[in-house]
Design a protein around this ligand. Sequence first.
Ligand SMILES: [Zn+2]
Length: 706
Amino acid sequence: MSKSMDLNVIPLGSGDKGKAPSCGGGWENPANFKTNNDLVKTRKSKMYGVLCGKHNNLIVIDYDTHKLEETSINPKSLKGVHGSGAYIVQTQSGGFHVYHTYEDKYEAWKGICGIDGYIDIRTTNNYVVGAGSTGYKLLSGNIEKLTPMPDIIFKKLDGDISSMREKKTKRKSKSKSKKVHDLDEADALVEHLEDFGFTNVEFRWDNSPYNFTCDQVGGGVTCPCCGGFHDNNNFFYRIDEREMKVVVKNHSESCEAKTLDSYKVVKYLFERKVCRIRGNLTYIVEEEKPWANPFERPEGVQPEQTINTYRYHGIRELFSHVNYKGEEGKTHKFVPTWLDDAHKRDYALMDFYPENCPEEVFNTWRGYAVESIDPSLGEKGSHEKWLELVEVLSGGHSKYILDYYSLLFQQPGRKPRTCLVFRGKPGCGKGVHLHSLEILMGSDLYFETNKAQQDVFGNHGQAFNCNKLVVMNEVSMKYTAENTQLLLGLIADEAGVLINKKGIDPYKVRNLAGTVMLSNDKVVVYVDETDRRYAIFETGEKYRNNQPWFADFETYMLKPENQRAIYDFLMKRDISQVDWVNDRPKTKAYIEMRNSSLSPCLKWYAEFIDNYPFEYNDFNHGRCLRGNIHRWRGDELCNKYPTRKDKDPNLVFGGDMRRMIEKYEVPDDCLKKDKDNGVTWWTIDHQKSKKWLEDKEFLLLEVAGG
Ligand SMILES: [Zn+2]
């Protein structure tokens, strides 16, 4: 133990087994090293920890052999693989810590647990209980003369670690769609392992899915890898993702790893990621998205997948390092052979099918980001704060909005065919709210733009390309009015959007996106009486410019447990009875926006009825027939109607009135025209007209300005 004192160590003694640091937090920080080293000396604690990784220039492989039912791992076998000079400590539980010198190549591993179900790696920012502590016995080696990790161990662990990461990725898209990753990897490999010379290959262990048994275990049958015999140990495989090869070996240290690199094996691994689209002769590569957060990916959250498109030359260059071995034993470039392969993985076209993807279509749907969060986390989170903001932004009409979001998550294959419009002052939280949906969906399925004229209405507009929600920010009537028909099509029609990316031939994809518009303007879209598409909300100002509240909201939204809780809340909501057109709330904002599109003549009529001074009853104000019914000569009434100076007021008024009556179906008993001796007369029932205008909600005209 005294020799360990040259290392950076920490005093232990807390926790159930006395294995937690007794010096408190911050022990990973070099600023505390001296203090903690001194503490270990002065306290003479029974247990001490040795920092791993860079801080002591050492790495520890922890064999928790008690996790195995049976094992051939013992000090002798460990020295066999780790070298006779390896520094080995027996642990309290009967397992082993094997120390090696640290190298930069371990940087990518991080501390990881459960390799093959029983091996942990302890490196930078981890510690292990040092030799000489209660229950920790030095078996061999010298801490001052640590040995490097043998290459075969490094390769095996490195392969296992990348396989573990890959395995996690694979689970993400379970039963979603036709996807090569969905094939069970082990099942697929049976064929290749049997081609190689194994017989009756069987994967039996869920917690160590890379281990397999076969006829070559026991019974004195020759090992296809090394030609020797392995009576006790199973075989395992690992995948070299970069080289696209499978490495296989027996757990016995006497076995020699062999690489499966026939064309067939490399093709299998290659086609898990790559395919061709015949329709436009492009090549698709599915890749794991780099984690955007500067911190490490939280536990229980899996990486997003992304789909990249390449032309012929791109695919050749990207994979030019991949080789395979021909039957004659010669090494060949893989991609040229694959490009000539008549049976390569290819599809007629690519499209977006959250459900029921046809065989011939490469499906770009990869699920919502929130679905990759461990469901058990949802119970620890809350949807309340999120819901509170929806309530405020909906101006008291949240039901429709929540139903709409539920539809997006519950039935991703269905297109919501209405559009949510949030109108209101800046600083109310519209953007923050929409960003919360982006977090739940994943940035690949969410499209937000401040330039609708380019991204939505432009020739190369990508807004509706395989997205589930398109958000148009700062929408102004200027663009929506010019593109009313196109916009209505994008909101309501599932049928093809033409994707016209530069450098790639145009192709069509189904449009399954919901649509949201955000604006500070009073009137954002053209809404008329026949409208079936818009649901319009005036955003409440409860949290307007409340920076602390929004800062809290952001912290809350970044927690996976809350994301999952919001998702669970939306998934549970019953939307079976929703009528998407008729259940749109008739908000004041909606009526104002619709009324702004009324014909000028109807606006005049509404104002005339609303403001007409009933007390007048003379020829200048029409003749009173009885009660509120007045009879006007056409050539008198038309003077009250605004007409351009160069036009004949009589003609303009007559035409506008006729069109208004037709378009809005103004009832006869409200407004009626007749002719008497060549003179036009209008009979207006003020009371009935007012009632009709009120019923139709035509009296609520837009607030001035905006
Ligand atoms: Zn062997």
